[in-house]
Design a protein around this ligand. Structure first.
Ligand SMILES: Nc1ncnc2c1ncn2[C@@H]1O[C@H](COP(=O)(O)OS(=O)(=O)O)[C@@H](OP(=O)(O)O)[C@H]1O
Ligand SMILES: Nc1ncnc2c1ncn2[C@@H]1O[C@H](COP(=O)(O)OP(=O)(O)O)[C@@H](O)[C@H]1O
Length: 206
């Protein structure tokens, strides 16, 4: 019997089919690929390209995209520091469930605060792969596919990451994707970098 947060008198129920069983079925290791970076850095693009490459190799993945989850699970949250922290916490917990199901869970969120990303890492320390999309603000702002930077510069959006809200760069990420000679790698190249890492570390077999 345990107390967790506001829940008292709760019990953990173990199921007979384990994570190891599910991983054998899928011939892969459940894990969390956590993509962090500025708005417009290419998180969703990388997540989709990675999902496609894994699918083509017969590996089961699922994308948890920050923007998309804010249409449902997280629709009661805004962009205050407290709401962002709760947003990341919930997605971290959901990602942990997907990883426990044996999937390669791809979470793509700005996740601007180091402490929040580190809390998610602590949920699954051995199976957490932090991918930093290290693209300069000028590139992201130049892309501005949703026109949000323009609104933020005009003061019409307050607390926009990179403009008047901080982005804390990762200190210990597993993968960093950056420009080479002023050129951004293509979506396929970015995804390939992550797939190579997963392969090298043995995630793509049981
Ligand atoms: N104030 C502010 N700051 C940053 N981003 C904003 C803001 N307001 C709206 N948006 C849009 O919300 C998307 C980011 O959602 P996330 O859940 O990834 O954000 S966070 O991790 O909680 O910081 C983000 O999507 P991406 O551009 O895909 O990153 C924006 O479209
Ligand atoms: N590697 C890339 N090369 C060129 N353009 C890209 C690349 N990645 C993303 N883009 C483009 O940049 C814009 C922002 O990408 P997106 O994936 O929506 O970023 P985020 O999810 O971080 O906000 C989109 O128009 C997308 O097509």
């Amino acid at each position: 019997m345990a107390t967790m947060g506001n829940s008292t008198n709760i019990f953990w129920h173990e199921c007979p089919v384990s994570k190891v069983d599910r991983q054998k079925l899928l011939n892969q290791q459940g894990c969390i690929v956590w993509i962090t970076g500025l708005s417009g850095s290419g998180k969703s693009t990388l997540a989709c390209s990675l999902g496609r490459q894994l699918h083509c190799r017969g590996k089961l993945s699922y994308v948890l995209d920050g923007d998309n989850l804010r249409h449902g699970l997280n629709k009661n949250l805004g962009f205050t520091p407290e709401d962002r922290t709760e947003n990341i916490r919930r997605v971290g917990e959901v990602a942990k469930l997907f990883a426990d199901a044996g999937l390669i869970c791809i979470a793509s969120l700005i996740s601007p605060y180091r402490k929040d990303r580190d809390s998610c890492r602590a949920l699954l320390p051995e199976k957490f792969i932090e991918v930093f999309l290290n693209m300069p603000l000028e590139l992201c702002e130049g892309r501005d596919p949703k026109g949000l930077y323009k609104l933020a510069r005009a003061g019409k959006i307050k607390g926009f990451t990179g403009i008047d809200d901080p982005y804390e760069t990762p200190l210990n990420c597993e993968i960093e994707i950056r420009q080479e000679d002023g050129n951004c790698p293509t979506p396929n190249e970015m995804a390939g970098q992550v797939v190579s890492y997963l392969e090298d570390k043995g995630y793509l077999e049981a």
